[in-house]
Ligand binder design. Structure first.
Ligand SMILES: Cc1cc2nc3c(=O)[nH]c(=O)nc-3n(C[C@H](O)[C@H](O)[C@H](O)COP(=O)(O)OP(=O)(O)OC[C@H]3O[C@@H](n4cnc5c(N)ncnc54)[C@H](O)[C@@H]3O)c2cc1C
Length: 494
């Protein structure tokens, strides 16, 4: 109960909101970022695979709408490079996530030139395009959530790569001779300020900060020692990303800032630190120390992160997607962060809650057999996809029914686990004549991030120690567990 209360107290991000006292938390595991909810949901789908067809790598391209009644009667889906018109008996639920990975939409809706995704790399705003094609109204387009260092920053990664989520109180980034510089080399925010999923306090409102293209953490030699301190460093790998220069002018040139602005900024910061007052942004002066008079000086390149966007088609409490005149588009429903309910601010946890709540409402309403008799003008091309509506039943199967077959030779055994964060993990072990582990091959896995490291390193240790019971890789507990479980499953068959 104490843990629950502590979590609730820490996750009510806007206690000033009416009704915030009713904020509660539910968890399906005691773990943290272990994919437990996803695994449970996935298992429920797998258990009902006789009723649910699952298609991987089959993006929806368009909704199919009856031009006369505006009823959504199906979805055009690309599968194996063929566009298939899939008929929906009673409704379609749109749940294609946000536009985290669509640079044009990030620019248009959020005014952000670049955001580093911390989650999916595949949400490209397809649902927004499809919904607007059938006349949906949009909402909450300019809201999104960040997490990470300072006001939701991660160390810069190449475009198209996932950023590393760094949490925890890392004093080196806000306490000492260090500040956060925007594109031109000047400060734009009090570095010790708490934030709410990246929203920073501004004149009574919590706003997502105006993005800089290439912000940097700027510091001097004595602060460098704090970054190098392995005891307190939250991300020791940052050491390898530090940019060094002998002078501020040289540093500014290296990071694409304006040399005079950076020099002026350091002088101003030093003045505030010695005066004991940050006249510009009101950072706690106890966290401000003047920069060394001589170089070297340093910079770390950072970028604003995106956990998820909130914008998408407007929906009502019945999860019906609404058209511009406020009326529901018949048989079209929405759930999840595609048109999430958070307008300008976000009460933490709301996203998953609405995935579950609106997912259920949308699913029930879409499955309900509709009373209205739908007269369809067969043979005529529809308004959106130009696809012919002639009905032709083809059984296209389900990817869950596809059971891969793997070959095993002498002294080889297969093992499987569903305990990972991604799909099933399948391994093939080879043992020698004394039944000792000789090889572990990973035949199937879809783990990402640090999990991929576990997949790389753990089998070697298992082989050298001749056991599946090896240390898990920190930060990849679910993948480690899946790998151990799969190897155990195979070893049990020896
Ligand atoms: C690191 C991290 C931590 C988070 N922590 C929390 C938290 O603690 N609490 C909370 O409430 N929220 C949290 N969130 C946010 C939350 O996870 C998301 O908002 C939520 O998972 C969105 O679920 P969704 O089903 O709407 O979209 P997604 O889970 O993004 O699923 C959308 C799916 O649609 C697929 N898709 C996209 N386009 C197409 C297409 N054309 N055709 C077919 N499929 C398509 C995508 O591939 C994807 O699989 C976190 C997010 C991240 C990244």
């Amino acid at each position: 109960a104490a843990l629950r209360k502590a979590i609730i107290d820490n996750t009510v991000e806007y206690p000033e909101f009416e009704g915030s006292e009713h904020h509660d938390i539910l968890s399906v595991s005691l773990g943290f970022f272990d994919g437990a909810l996803w695994k449970m949901l996935r298992q429920n789908v797998v258990d009902r695979s006789d009723k649910i067809d699952v298609w991987f790598s089959s993006p929806a391209r368009h909704l199919i709408q009856d031009p006369a009644t505006k009823t959504v009667i199906g979805v055009q889906i690309e599968r194996d490079h063929v566009l298939r018109n899939i008929k929906a008996n009673n409704g379609v639920v749109m749940a294609t996530g946000g536009f985290e990975n669509n640079p044009e939409m990030l620019e248009d809706y959020l005014g952000a030139s670049k955001l580093v995704p911390l989650g999916t790399l595949y949400n490209k705003g397809d649902g927004i395009k499809m919904a607007t094609e059938v006349g949906a109204s949009l909402w909450h387009m300019n809201n999104y959530e960040s997490l990470g260092m300072l006001h939701g920053l991660a160390f810069t990664v190449p475009t198209g790569k996932r950023g590393k989520l760094i949490l925890g109180d890392w004093k080196a980034i806000y306490d000492g001779s260090v500040f956060l510089a925007g594109d031109d080399g000047t400060r734009y925010y009090p570095e010790d300020m708490t934030n709410r999923h990246g929203h920073v306090y501004s004149h009574g409102y919590w706003k997502v900060p105006q993005n800089n293209h290439h912000p940097h953490i700027i510091f001097d030699k004595k602060q460098y020692e704090k970054f190098a301190d392995k005891e307190t460093s939250i991300y020791p790998q940052a050491q390898d990303m530090i940019i060094e220069a002998n002078t501020l002018e040289e540093l500014a040139k290296k990071i694409g800032a304006v040399p005079e602005k950076l020099q002026e900024q350091v002088a101003e910061f030093n003045f505030f630190a010695t005066e004991g007052k940050d006249y510009a942004f009101h950072r706690n002066p106890e966290t401000m120390q003047a920069f060394d008079a001589e170089g070297p000086y340093y910079a770390l390149s950072v970028s604003q992160t995106v956990l998820n966007t909130q914008g998408g088609p407007r929906r009502n409490a019945r999860a019906e997607i609404l058209s511009n005149d406020g009326t529901p588009i018949p048989h079209l429903y929405g759930a999840g962060e595609l048109g999430g309910i958070s307008a300008g601010r976000y009460q933490a946890g709301e996203n998953i809650a609405e995935c579950l709540i609106f997912g259920k409402i949308a699913g029930l309403n879409a499955a309900r057999v509709k009373e209205e008799v739908f007269e369809h003008t067969a043979e005529e091309p529809d308004a959106v996809s130009s696809a012919s509506q002639t009905e032709k039943k083809v059984n296209l199967g389900s990817d869950l029914d596809v059971k891969e077959t793997y070959m095993v030779g002498a002294n080889q055994y297969l093992g499987r686990s569903n305990a990972g964060v991604g799909n099933e993990v399948v391994v093939r072990i080879t043992v020698d004549d004394d039944k000792k582990l000789k090889d572990i091959e990973i035949l199937k896995q879809s783990e990402t991030g640090i999990g991929a490291q576990a997949i790389e390193s753990m089998p070697k240790e298992m082989i050298s120690k001749n056991t599946y019971e090896v240390d898990s890789i920190s930060g990849a507990s679910a993948t480690s567990r899946a790998l151990k479980e799969a190897v155990k499953d195979a070893m049990n068959k020896i």
